[in-house]
Design a protein around this ligand. Structure first.
Ligand SMILES: C[S@@+](CC[C@H](N)C(=O)[O-])C[C@H]1O[C@@H](n2cnc3c(N)ncnc32)[C@H](O)[C@@H]1O
Length: 420
């Protein structure tokens, strides 16, 4: 039965929250101050109508908003949106006992997302592609996603054509499509091994659709042009489906903060370096040791570094930094370390940094919770958290990236640096 609620606050995931006598009730797409009618049930109530709208409510620009599970906050005006995202960082750090200077939310969206992972499925005999509905396994077919760069607007139709070659009835296919300088790069996953006939059809489609590269489960079927992504003076070719920051603007904002944090350091360790967006730019002024678990990402970085003139020396090391973090003695040759771990953070690596000779650490993170945990460990180990800047790379989602700059406090722990 429908009921009326008053929304009290905006939750971390973007739902409006009504604090009722029975506990908090999350209402997707509702805003603080609004009176709404909802259908209760499950973990979240369903919004039926907004009876008194917030002055912060705006018209969502995407026709799929509310059905597609990608964006959660297109209905919120720009200023309260930025305040909500920044506040997520402020409160998460405060819960870990940290109150550093926190900058304004930096734009990381720019021209839009340069990669999208589309799901493709056969619906009524036709292969369609799109995103999953919020909190469900239902496919919402889309024509184009307006938060991607224009080059990706044809991607849903392309993904459906590629998936149709390998799709078995009922089984969904994921197609990661990346916009590169040389055109679109598509990687298909979920189909199992493709037959020779299917591989030939995909190669023919790559030519028909003028794609730069097509791969299946990371195995390149055809590379018509190397799908390079410029990073400073260099332009690595990321391996199929390999990690890449979601937007060029986000990568630029994160890199600018990394470069600023590293300052005049002459020897820098770049941990969890990926394909090298930081290492390749840092090497324009410092020697870099780049460490990463995935061999294909490191190989792309190494190849780009060797092809680029005028860079300082970049050495690479494949290493599982969860199981085998760099040890305190290994940091003796560096003036600064950059660390950009996956969502789960870098607990083991941070523990080894504390008793090292490092006096500058720049931590990039896509998860405020694990950032707060790791930052608190560094702070109790003798580092000061000098600044944090939240970066909005995944605009209109609930995610926020952040960059923290740490400097060792004088006389607080750490080995003496080796004399050079
Ligand atoms: C958030 S991404 C950052 C990559 C890079 N800094 C960038 O900006 O593109 C995290 C990186 O950590 C790598 N990674 C994940 N687990 C790892 C591990 N246990 N050891 C080393 N690297 C790992 C991933 O392959 C990925 O490249």
């Amino acid at each position: 039965m429908a009921e009326q609620l008053r929304i009290d606050r905006l939750g971390a995931g973007g739902d409006g929250i009504a604090d009722t006598a029975a506990g908090p009730v999350p209402v997707p797409y509702a805003l603080p101050g609004e009176r709404v009618t909802v259908e209760p049930g499950g973990k979240r109530a369903r919004l039926l109508s907004v009876d008194e709208a917030s002055p912060d409510r705006v018209e969502p620009f995407c026709i799929y908003f509310g059905r597609c599970g990608g964006c959660v906050s297109q209905h919120l005006a720009a200023e309260p949106y930025a305040a909500w995202k920044r506040e997520k960082v402020v409160s998460t750090l405060a819960r870990a006992g940290l109150a550093p200077p926190i900058g304004a939310l930096a734009d990381g969206h720019g021209a839009g997302r340069r990669r999208m992972v589309l799901h493709a499925r056969r619906i009524d005999g036709e292969v369609r592609s799109g995103f999953m509905a919020a909190g469900s396994h239902d496919l919402v077919p889309i024509e184009h996603c307006p938060i991607t760069v224009p080059a990706l607007h044809p991607a849903p139709a392309i993904a459906a054509r590629l998936a149709a070659v390998v799709i078995a009835s009922g089984k969904p296919i994921d197609v990661a499509v990346t916009a590169s300088e040389a055109g679109l790069d598509a990687d298909l996953r979920g189909s199992g091994k493709a037959s020779d006939k299917q591989r030939q059809s995909l190669i023919a489609l790559a030519a028909e659709l003028d794609l730069a590269r097509v791969s299946i489960h990371g195995d390149v079927l055809v590379e018509r042009r190397p799908p390079a992504v410029p990073m400073g003076r260099a332009a690595p070719v990321p391996p199929p489906g390999g990690f890449l920051q979601a937007t060029a603007a986000g990568e630029a904002a994160l890199t600018a903060l990394v470069l600023e944090g590293v300052g005049k350091a002459k020897r820098v360790a770049d941990l969890f370096c990926g394909v090298g967006p930081f290492a390749l730019r840092l090497a324009e002024r410092a020697e870099v040791h780049a460490v990463e678990g995935e061999a294909a990402l490191l190989a792309a970085l190494d190849k780009a570094a060797r092809r680029t003139e005028g860079l300082r020396r970049i050495t690479t090391e494949q290493r599982d930094l969860f199981r085998r973090p760099l040890l305190p003695t290994e940091f003796e040759r560096f003036d600064a370390a950059v660390i950009d771990p996956p969502r789960q953070g870098a607990e083991a690596q941070i523990r080894q940094m504390i008793p090292s000779s490092l006096d500058r650490v720049i931590m990039v993170s896509c998860d405020a919770g694990t950032f707060a945990r790791d930052a608190a460990a560094l702070v109790s180990g003798g580092f000061a958290l000098e600044s944090v800047v939240p970066v909005d790379q995944f605009k209109w989602s609930a995610h926020v990236e952040l960059v923290g700059t740490f400097r060792r406090e004088r006389g607080r722990g750490g080995r003496s640096p080796r004399r050079r």
